[in-house]
Design a protein around this ligand. Structure first.
Ligand code: CTP
Ligand SMILES: C[C@](O)(CO)[C@H](O)COP(=O)(O)O
Length: 249
């Protein structure tokens, strides 16, 4: 372990072990290209852009650790942040836990950031870190919703019409993004004690909520959207092209 790893106070864990089924056939999503650079490299750069982040732990597809290490050597990254690579698991929750296990003891603030959110601006990253350092045990960036949301009784496999159960008051709803920021001990406790059935937790803050610890929201950013479906990749290419045209990237 290097001196830098030993001294790290704020680290980012990047779960990047998903297959990207909703994006369609191809390489694991984090390794797909965006503006000629793998999505994962954008995500690592986005975390390392914060001067507070001195360690990034990339959680790679279990059969892709060597490939990810190769990519990290191939594309330029800020020297300030050290990057470690570990193998991920079958669910996002498991991948995050494996990333957390790689953190040195000196880390007190942890960000968890989806590789699938490659374009999050550094101001959002810094706002999350600042809120954790100001004393919040768990912080999520989030945006108000543009659409009205219905709660439904999900259809069976036949895909028939779904009965509506209610319409939550939109003003109280937020769409949650990453990086989510945590006091390290709180997040570790959540991953050690909170069990979530089936596919596992869809976000880490939800696990902290189950502990009964407070979670707060700070403003997210439109460009921190998640690349999930093919249309998202088109949008990400357009955002990146605009940044490059403005010389902001
Ligand atoms: N076993 C898994 C599953 C997901 N992830 C990561 O969690 C983030 C958010 O997940 P999502 O967007 O759902 O990615 P995928 O699981 O790859 O997508 P899909 O559900 O369409 O297969 C991604 O950066 C993904 O790589 C992970 O590290 N390990
Ligand atoms: C963590 C997350 O990005 C917050 O919006 C989201 O919950 C990940 O969900 P997914 O089902 O793994 O895409």
């Amino acid at each position: 372990m290097s001196d830098e790893t030993r001294l790290a106070r704020t680290a980012a864990v990047i779960p990047a072990a998903g297959r990207g089924v909703r994006l369609g056939p191809g390489a694991p999503k984090a390794l797909r290209m965006l503006g000629g650079t793998p999505m994962l490299i954008h995500a690592v750069r986005a975390m390392a852009a914060s001067r507070a982040v001195s360690l990034v732990v990339v959680v790679a597809p279990p059969d892709g650790v060597a490939e990810v290490k190769g990519l990290l050597g191939e594309y330029p990254l800020p020297e300030r942040a050290e990057v470690l690579v570990v193998a991920g698991g079958a669910t996002r929750q498991e991948s995050v836990r494996l990333g957390l296990e790689a953190l040195p003891e000196t880390v007190s603030t942890v960000l968890v950031h989806d590789a699938a959110r490659p374009l999050v601006p550094v101001d959002t990253v810094d706002a999350v870190i600042e809120a954790v350092r100001d004393g919040a045990p768990a912080v999520v960036p989030a945006l108000p919703l543009a659409d009205t949301v219905k709660e439904v009784e999900p259809a069976d496999a036949d895909g028939g019409p779904e009965p509506v159960l209610g319409t939550p008051e939109r003003a109280r709803l937020r769409a949650v993004q990453t990086p989510q920021g945590f006091d390290r001990d709180t997040l570790m406790r959540a991953h050690e004690t909170v069990a979530v059935d089936g596919e596992g937790a869809t976000d880490d803050a939800g696990m902290v909520e189950k502990l009964g610890a407070p979670v707060v929201v700070v403003p997210g950013h439109e460009e921190a959207f998640k690349v999930t479906r093919p249309l998202d990749l088109l949008l990400a290419e357009a955002v990146l092209a605009r940044r490059r045209a403005n010389d902001a990237y």
